[in-house]
Design a protein around this ligand. Structure first.
Ligand SMILES: Cc1cc2nc3c(=O)[nH]c(=O)nc-3n(C[C@H](O)[C@H](O)[C@H](O)COP(=O)(O)O)c2cc1C
Length: 338
C-alpha cells in the first residue's frame, strides 16, 4: 500500500479529500535548489477550479512548506508541503454512504482497505490530492527550466472536439445534461538530452506512463505517433536521421523522442486520454455495500463536469518528477542544484 514514486528523487503522497490536509514529501532532493513559492502558486492556480465548467468546490490551496527549505533553498532534507482543505462539505456524501459511484475508486478502495477507507469525497483517491503533486512538481519543474528543459501540457481534445474555442460550451452542455465529458492532453518535453532512461524495465516511456497512470481519470497514453503507427508502413513511420546545427536529430518524430526506452534528443511527446468524470448527477445503478442489494445512486455533491483541463498541469508536474529522477540517476543527486 505504498504511496511513493521515484528511485532517487522520491515523492510520497498523503491526505484525503475531506481530511485536514493533503500533502507530499519530496525526498532525495539536491541541497541548494531555489524554491520559488510564487512559481508553486502559479502552477497550482492552473489546476484550481475556475469557472462554471469546473467543480464548485473552491480551495485556496494556501500551501505551507513545513520542512526541507531554509532561506529559500532546499536543504537536502525531506521537503514536506502541506495544503489544508478548507472548503469541505462531507454531508453531500452522507446520503450515498455505502453506494459506490460507478467507475470511481469507491468500490475498489472499499475492497482493498477492508471497509476502513475514508470514503468522503473519494478519500485518498480524490483528485484533490493532485494539488499536492502539482505543488511538489512545481519545485522540480522550476529546476528543470533552469537546465533548459521545458515541459508543456495542453488540452488538444475535449468532448471529442478539437477546436479549443468549443471546449467550454461542450463541458457546460454536458453539465446541463447532468453528465460529464473526457478529453486528451498533449505533453511535450523540449531541451532534453539524448540518453535518458534505462533499458527494458525502467524505460523512459514506462516511467512516464507509470506516473501519468497514477492520476485518477487517466485511461490511455500514447507516445509520438502512438496507435496511428499501427496503421502506417515503416517507410512512413521511420524517423530518418539528419544533422541540424551540428547535432544528430531526426526529420520526423513519430517515435515521440524515445527509442529503446531512452531519449533520443528530439522532443519527448505523449498524449494522455482522460475519461469523463465518474460523478454525474444522472441516476446510475450501484449496489449497497451493507445489504448487497442493487440500488439507484443520485449524486448531489460538487464535481468537475470534465477533468481534462484541471489534470493538464498535474501531468506536467508528474512529468517533471520523472525527468528529475532520471537525471539524478544518470548524473547524481546534485545535478539539479544551482
Ligand atoms: C484534477 C482532478 C479532478 C477530479 N475531479 C473529480 C470529480 O470532481 N469527481 C469525480 O468523480 N472524479 C474526479 N476526478 C477523478 C477521480 O479521481 C477518478 O476518476 C477516480 O479516481 C477513478 O479513476 P480511474 O478509474 O481512471 O482510476 C478528478 C481527477 C483529477 C485528476
Amino acid at each position: 500500500m505504498r504511496n511513493s514514486i521515484g528511485t532517487s528523487v522520491i515523492l510520497t503522497l498523503f491526505g484525503e479529500s475531506h481530511g485536514e490536509a493533503v500533502g507530499a514529501v519530496l525526498d532525495g532532493l539536491a541541497p541548494g535548489m531555489p524554491v520559488d513559492e510564487g512559481y508553486i502558486a502559479l502552477l497550482l492556480s492552473k489546476r484550481r477550479p475556475a469557472g462554471a465548467a469546473d467543480t464548485a468546490r473552491r480551495e485556496p490551496d494556501a500551501f505551507r512548506i513545513v520542512s526541507g527549505v531554509f532561506n529559500g533553498m532546499t536543504t537536502g532534507a525531506p521537503l514536506c508541503i502541506l495544503i489544508p482543505n478548507t472548503d469541505v462539505r462531507s454531508e453531500d456524501y452522507a446520503a450515498n454512504a455505502g453506494l459506490p459511484r460507478p467507475s470511481h475508486a469507491d468500490f475498489t478502495a472499499h475492497v482493498k482497505y477492508d471497509g476502513f477507507e475514508d470514503w468522503r469525497g473519494g478519500g485518498h483517491f480524490s483528485g484533490r490530492l493532485t494539488a499536492a503533486i502539482t505543488a511538489a512538481g512545481a519545485i522540480l519543474l522550476n529546476a528543470l527550466e533552469r537546465k533548459g528543459i521545458d515541459i508543456c501540457s495542453k488540452v488538444v481534445e475535449c468532448a471529442g472536439l478539437k477546436d479549443e474555442s468549443s471546449f467550454e460550451e461542450a463541458v457546460l452542455k454536458a453539465k446541463a445534461d447532468g453528465d460529464s465529458v473526457g478529453g486528451i492532453v498533449r505533453t511535450e518535453i523540449t531541451g532534453l538530452e539524448a540518453g535518458l532512461g534505462e533499458p527494458w524495465f525502467d524505460s523512459l516511456e514506462g516511467a512516464l506512463a507509470r506516473a501519468v497512470f497514477a492520476l485518477g481519470g487517466v485511461k490511455g497514453i500514447e507516445f509520438g505517433g502512438g496507435f496511428a503507427l499501427a496503421r502506417m508502413r515503416g517507410s512512413q513511420a521511420n524517423d530518418q536521421f539528419c544533422v541540424a546545427d551540428g547535432r544528430i536529430g531526426t526529420e520526423t518524430n513519430y517515435s515521440g523522442g524515445i527509442n529503446g526506452g531512452i531519449s533520443n534528443g528530439m522532443p519527448v511527446v505523449f498524449n494522455t486520454a482522460v475519461k469523463p468524470t465518474p460523478s454525474i448527477s444522472l441516476p446510475q445503478k450501484s449496489v449497497n455495500l451493507e445489504t448487497g442489494a442493487e440500488a439507484t445512486l443520485e449524486i448531489t455533491g460538487r464535481h468537475d463536469p470534465a477533468i481534462v483541463r484541471r489534470i493538464s498541469p498535474v501531468i506536467t508536474a508528474v512529468t517533471a518528477l520523472v525527468i528529475s529522477d532520471m537525471l539524478a540517476l544518470r548524473h547524481g543527486t546534485d545535478y539539479l542544484s544551482e
